[in-house]
Design a protein around this ligand. Structure first.
Ligand code: AGP
Length: 609
């Protein structure tokens, strides 16, 4: 989603702004722009499409100035054109924005009635005009900003520069993330710390409602006001983030590289939670599962939600704990019944997803223990939750989640084991056996990846399809859901996943010779039932592709192919078959020629609801 950079410096900032934006590209965007102040004018350059288009323009017409703001826009209000690209500006003020101004229509109508002319279709543009009006009334820059943002409803992070005062850069946030980067002779704003990392690792995470006024005088200073306009001190963190540009390391796409990293990331995640020699769980997990009335609520969006669906099987079967799973976007608005015995787990790769973060704050305000399972240590969720557990996947650049998803599964599985142990449902011997199975998973994933050409062939075949169906039972059902989502996201093929037992209740009407079925069918306790469902679909003329470890399995159909995967236990299968569906989606997209790492319309970090 939208990314923000702001720089106040003694040096030219034009190229640095673009450099900062390049580190926000992973978030997903469809236009970009920068603005600087020079010789008492606001200079802007904006372009639709990729950052390269903006770079090309700036190369031809460099923007001079030592204060500036930059933006990558993920279109919400108004199409992804140059006109709608940020920064938005009047003669005196320029603004970049991440979030949505929900009451923009009312504000816009009021401004239009006062003869204000709008240049774009965006919600953001109201912000510049509001500030401009306050400045015209002779108010100071600080008051003009504070009074303008008081009129805004919705979520925003804003960076603002002023024609008449090139020594000031202002940042403010409500709902959307914004960090302040500090150096002796430069100050920065960024949507995340990673975007600022090559410049400074001295970071201050602005809190909800904070406004930072950054000034250049004989030295560089800043003041932070909280939501009540009180001057506050915020902690400054010294981070230790990698600064090198993310590299594909010889792979054709980040997604493929990240798929191949899974043996390592799964091992790293597992070993952060268990002792591989004693086969015990490290006793540092932040949840007291001994409370008999405890209920677990798992809340997330997208793939992270599917990780939660998988975890429900584990918590209920292994630990016998009632566990409910919710989409964050539904949970936050449906007035959920929560009580102080509820432990709410929020699962998020980015730790920034707006709906999940809002759901977390809701549960926290209702007195529940909140635990974030996140891949980004300093993310908003990690900082907002009472406790957090890290998935050790490392930075994930591909928009389609792969290694972060499987690391989430690993954390959730160990947590369910820990819960079962705390409730004395399983003994140490069973825990050791379970951990042994988990320790084998990286090796199984490597075996799957050794035969990747099979997925290439299947991907070639699927790339001709317009629709596809995925089925699975038990824990294979969330794998099917994840497979369908991955395929949709990167190949744009319409795919749906069903619990195999549900087919007859409607979806079987979709079956025809043009709609391939992909069945997740390891030879487990659900296999016989799934096999019957596959047979029913084959009989009705669908091409059938089965992921299985059962070499005997065969059905008569117009087209039938099995991909054999390693024989493993039910828990390891969740990881093995997930890796398989990731590879299928990857090769299908590759053969279709779609943008694997930055698929259309999608964002890595979904910071609007
Ligand atoms: C996964 O491939 C997707 N890009 C998406 O569904 C993602 O899982 C979802 O937006 C949630 O993101 P989060 O894990 O960062 O909260």
């Amino acid at each position: 989603m939208c990314g923000i950079i702001g720089i106040l410096s003694n040096k030219e900032v034009g190229n640095s702004l673009i450099d900062g934006l390049s580190r926000l590209e992973y978030r997903g965007y469809d236009s970009a722009g920068i603005a600087t102040i020079n010789q008492n004018t606001i200079n802007r350059c904006r372009a639709a499409g990729k950052l390269q288009a903006l770079k090309d323009l700036v190369e031809k017409n460099p923007l001079s100035g030592s204060v500036g703001i930059g933006h990558t826009r993920w279109a919400t209000h108004g199409s992804p054109t140059k006109r709608n690209a940020h920064p938005h500006a009047t003669d005196r003020v320029a603004v970049v924005h991440n979030g949505i101004i929900e009451n923009y229509q009312i504000l816009k109508e009021a401004l239009i009635s006062q003869e204000v002319a709008f240049q774009s279709e965006t919600d953001t543009e109201v912000v510049v005009h509001l500030i401009e009006q306050e400045l015209q009334l002779g108010k100071s820059i600080e008051i003009a900003v504070v009074e303008s943002i008081a009129k805004l409803e919705g979520a925003f992070a804003l960076a603002i520069i002023f024609k008449d005062n090139p020594d000031i850069l202002i940042g403010t946030r409500r709902g959307s993330p914004l960090v302040l980067g500090i150096k002796e002779d430069e100050l920065f704003l960024g949507s995340d710390a990673w975007s600022l990392a090559p410049w400074t690792q001295k970071i201050c995470y602005l809190e909800e409602g904070d406004t930072v006024i950054m000034c250049r005088g004989s030295n560089f200073t800043y003041k932070i006001y909280d939501a009540n306009n009180q001057l506050v001190n915020r902690d400054i963190k010294q981070l230790n983030l990698a600064t090198g540009a993310a590299s594909k390391g010889g792979y054709s796409h980040f997604m493929l590289k990240e798929i191949f990293e899974q043996p390592q990331t799964l091992s790293d995640t597992l070993l952060s939670l268990v002792d591989e020699h004693n086969k015990t769980i490290r006793n540092e997990l932040p949840i007291d599962f001994t409370n008999k009335n405890l209920r677990i609520r798992l809340i997330a969006c997208g793939s992270s939600y599917y990780a939660c669906l998988m975890a429900k099987y584990w918590f209920e079967k292994t630990a016998r704990i009632l566990c409910e799973v919710d989409l964050a976007s539904e949970f936050r608005y449906r007035d959920p019944v929560l009580n102080s015995d509820d432990t709410c787990l929020f699962v998020s790769q980015s730790g920034e997803t707006t709906d999940t973060l809002a759901a977390l704050n809701l549960a926290k305000n209702m007195g529940c223990l909140t635990v974030a399972i996140v891949n980004v240590p300093e993310s908003s969720m990690a900082r907002s939750a009472h406790q957090h557990i890290l998935t050790m996947a490392g930075p994930e650049i591909g928009v389609a989640s792969t290694k972060a998803f499987t690391s989430q599964l690993m954390v959730l599985n160990v947590l369910s084991l820990y819960a079962a142990s705390a409730r004395k449902i399983i003994d140490n011997h069973t825990i050791a056996e379970h951990i042994t199975e988990l320790l084998h998973i990286p090796n199984f994933i490597s075996q799957v990846l050794q035969n990747i050409s099979e997925f290439d062939q299947l991907g070639q075949r699927l790339s001709q399809a317009r629709d596809a169906l995925f089925i699975g039972r038990g824990t294979n059902y969330p794998v099917a859901l994840e497979g369908a989502l991955k395929l949709k996201e990167i190949s744009y093929i319409h795919a749906e996943a069903y619990a195999a037992g549900e087919l007859k209740h409607g979806p079987i009407a979709l079956v025809d010779s043009a709609t391939p079925l992909i069945a997740i069918a390891p030879n487990d306790s659900w296999f016989e039932k799934t096999a019957s469902n596959i047979q029913e679909v084959a009989t009705r003329g669908a091409p059938v592709f089965v992921l299985t470890d059962n070499q005997e399995f065969n059905v008569k159909s117009c087209e039938f192919r099995s991909i054999y995967l390693p024989k493993a236990g039910t828990v390891a299968n969740c990881f093995i078959y997930t890796c398989a569906v990731q590879c299928i989606a990857y090769y299908t997209a590759l053969h279709k020629g779609t943008d694997v790492d930055q698929p259309r319309n999608l964002a890595k970090s979904v910071t609007v609801e």
